[in-house]
Ligand binder design. Structure first.
Ligand code: HEM
Ligand SMILES: CC(C)=CCC/C(C)=C/CC/C(C)=C/COP(=O)(O)OP(=O)(O)O
Length: 314
């Protein structure tokens, strides 16, 4: 929101940009990109990866816009979200709907015409999963909302994987789902840390988030539980032979730091500590997926230079 005042087209463009939750979507499409690279040896096919990336980005942006449209009454009651463009009347609900539908149609058109049907179907399911199932039903119904709804947010590596493979290979599903599992298990510590800090917002808006329904102490235990699970799950790509020691080292260091944060959150130094955990959760996921990507690229480069069989025999 902050920054120099914009006028005319720039101001309107910024409002529509904000409607797509661009920073959240940026990390989502990064995980999709990593899915694409891990799905193949070497570089993924250009057309499928570029257009797949675009289609997934447009779908996630559409889902975020639909979420803001359907949630505007809740958003208006929360300090964190009361500035959003529909809430403050910068974008009318009708225009937001047309914009979101246009993004969704464009996304589906691109995926069906130039990528493949399986990616289009999975992407559409994720869009509906977040924009409708989570936003309309789960969010308002149960404190497990973000655990179940997290499946949609966790799907992007699978979508990226599907874009470049069509899910034809024997190992495509188990390997891609492993990446989905990592984000799925990451979502509760990511969100509940923020929800602890923002619990009064959620209570005021009558949204049954865990710290509101079960209290902060219970939520801290749940964060610790899911963080332990996350460290275990983050090792599975190595167990399944998808990733090597470079990734393992990165995952363990990142995971131990996350565990230290979750542990300290049990008895935090101040009320802002929960936001530090939330911020770290984002750094964690970004870095973990960067390690997956680097490992996938680095290993083929490193292995020949260390293999004795490569040394010519005199
Ligand atoms: C059901 C699942 C999820 C829930 C409930 C959730 C919730 C949230 C909330 C409430 C925020 C604060 C947003 C704001 O103040 O504008 C946030 C921020 C963020 N989330 Fe999530 N999130 C989920 C899944 C994800 C996923 C799957 C990703 C990426 C892979 C992600 C990445 C981010 C990022 C990067 C931010 C920081 C945005 C910023 O700095 O403005 N989240 N999340
Ligand atoms: C097609 C595809 C890949 C879809 C992905 C969907 C997507 C954008 C998931 C992000 C999850 C998210 C930001 C949840 C927070 O919603 P909230 O309504 O609880 O948070 P808020 O209070 O900030 O609006």
């Amino acid at each position: 929101m902050a920054g120099p005042a914009r006028t005319g087209f720039a101001a309107t463009a910024k409002q529509y940009w904000d409607l797509t939750k661009p920073r959240v979507v940026a990390l989502i499409v990064f995980t999709a990109l990593v899915g694409m690279f891990l799905a193949v040896e070497g570089l993924p096919p250009l057309r499928e990866s570029v257009l797949g990336f675009l289609g997934i980005w447009l779908a996630a942006s559409s889902a975020a816009a639909i979420n803001q449209l359907l949630d505007s009454r809740i958003d208006a009651k929360m300090a964190r979200t009361a500035w959003r463009p529909i809430v403050v009347g910068q974008i009318t609900p009708a225009r937001a709907l047309v914009f979101a539908l246009a993004l969704a149609v464009l996304s589906m058109g691109i995926l069906v015409a130039w990528v493949n049907t399986v990616t289009a179907v999975l992407t559409f399911a994720s869009l509906i999963g977040y924009a409708v199932v989570y936003t309309v039903f789960l969010k308002r119904a149960t404190p497990q909302n973000i655990v179940i709804g997290g499946i949609a947010g966790a799907a992007p590596p699978l979508l990226g994987w599907a874009a470049v493979t069509g899910m034809q290979g024997e190992w495509d599903w188990p390997h891609a789902l492993l990446l989905v599992l990592i984000i799925f298990v990451w979502t509760p510590p990511h969100f509940w840390a923020l929800a602890i800090f923002r619990r009064e917002d959620y209570a005021r808006a009558l949204v049954p988030m865990l710290p509101v329904t079960h209290g902060v102490a219970y939520t801290r235990w749940q964060i610790l539980f899911y963080t332990v699970l996350l460290v275990v799950v983050s090792v599975l790509p190595v167990v399944f032979g998808m990733s090597g020691l470079f990734y393992l080292g990165g995952a363990l260091v990142l995971g131990l730091v996350f565990l230290a944060y979750a542990w300290k959150l049990m008895d935090p130094p101040d009320e802002f500590f929960a936001m530090k955990v939330f911020n770290y959760s984002i750094v964690y996921l970004m870095a973990l997926f960067a390690f997956l990507l680097l490992d996938h690229w680095l290993l083929p480069w490193l292995q020949p230079s260390t293999g004795l069989e490569m040394v010519p025999v005199a």
